[in-house]
Design a protein around this ligand. Structure first.
Ligand SMILES: Nc1ncnc2c1ncn2[C@@H]1O[C@H](COP(=O)(O)OP(=O)(O)OP(=O)(O)O)[C@@H](O)[C@H]1O
Length: 267
């Protein structure tokens, strides 16, 4: 594996054919004159589960938001099914089949689970019954507890409601921003299993994750970002065992554990 130089290396292991979603040479940032992304590339093919990992501040969430029109793209393009959607507004993208699940503030706490799901499909309310069936087929707990207020749910359950709400519009692409953030290890595992379940139900997914190991375990492929640029890419399990990726990123876990052991040898 080498630092990305051409299309084959940039998208190592990607299937052949037209991608469903493609980001090409994305330069983007929040403040004028400050680029957070310095030319990022990503493709998502139909049926894929693709991860974005990398050190803190690498620009993972920024890339996801740029795909969804939440951070201005200064140059480069985003396409969906071959059509340019660069800087399209989020509500327009939802109508075109792109769902986005933010990391925080992703449910309406004062509304019930059912009302949250209704909000997810307010652009097409006639489809509520059909889509409710689809999402409760994936997450049966939501049907059982449909009248419960979202504010009374645990972090993991809220994450499930947020995912389900994004699924109400029948997206072909789902963008997930760190679904495991703030959850206990057991709840994190559940969040990853949910992600897999959604993908198996036919939804193509881009997932940003801080929990790189778990993410690489469930992904078909992943992109490693570093300082706003593509560093490596490839099949999840290959990246997990790649010495360069371990050195750049995954290695920090082992180093942290070693350091903690030295600091508290009796623990
Ligand atoms: N709303 C914002 N306004 C200005 N700068 C921001 C904003 N959000 C993020 N940034 C900056 O953009 C850079 C990349 O942040 P981003 O959240 O995309 O990184 P990340 O790889 O997702 O990191 P983490 O894993 O820590 O969430 C950081 O330097 C961050 O401070």
């Amino acid at each position: 594996m080498t630092t990305t130089t051409n299309a084959t290396e940039t998208h190592r292991g990607a299937p052949q054919g037209e991608p469903l979603l493609a980001a090409t040479d994305i330069v983007a940032g929040y403040l004028p004159g400050v680029d957070i992304l310095g030319g990022c590339n990503l493709v998502l093919h139909p049926g894929e589960l693709v991860g974005i990992i990398g050190p803190n501040g690498a620009g993972k969430s920024t890339l996801l938001k740029a795909l969804f029109g939440l951070v201005p793209v200064r140059s480069g393009t985003v396409t969906l099914g071959g059509e340019d959607i660069t800087n399209h507004r989020a509500d327009r993208l939802v109508k075109r089949g792109v769902g986005f699940v933010p990391q925080t503030n992703n449910v309406f706490p004062s509304l019930t689970i059912e009302e949250n799901l209704q909000m997810g499909i307010f652009q097409d309310p006639k489809q509520f019954g059909r889509r409710f069936e689809f999402v409760t087929d994936i997450f049966p707990a939501l049907a059982e507890r449909r009248r419960q207020r979202a504010g009374s749910l645990s972090g993991g359950e809220r994450q499930m409601v947020a995912m389900a709400r994004a699924l109400m519009m029948d997206p072909s692409v789902l963008l997930l921003d760190e679904p495991s953030a703030g959850l206990s290890p057991v709840r994190q595992d559940e969040a990853f299993l949910r992600t897999r379940k959604i993908n198996k139900a036919g939804v193509s997914i881009v997932i940003v994750e801080q929990n790189a190991r778990r993410c690489l375990q469930i992904c078909n492929r992943a992109y490693v970002l570093d300082q706003g640029r593509n560093a490596y890419s490839g099949p999840g399990r290959e990246l997990m065992n790649d010495p360069k990726v371990i050195e750049l990123y995954l290695g920090t876990l082992a180093t942290d554990v070693e350091a903690a052991d030295k600091a508290h040898p009796e623990a």
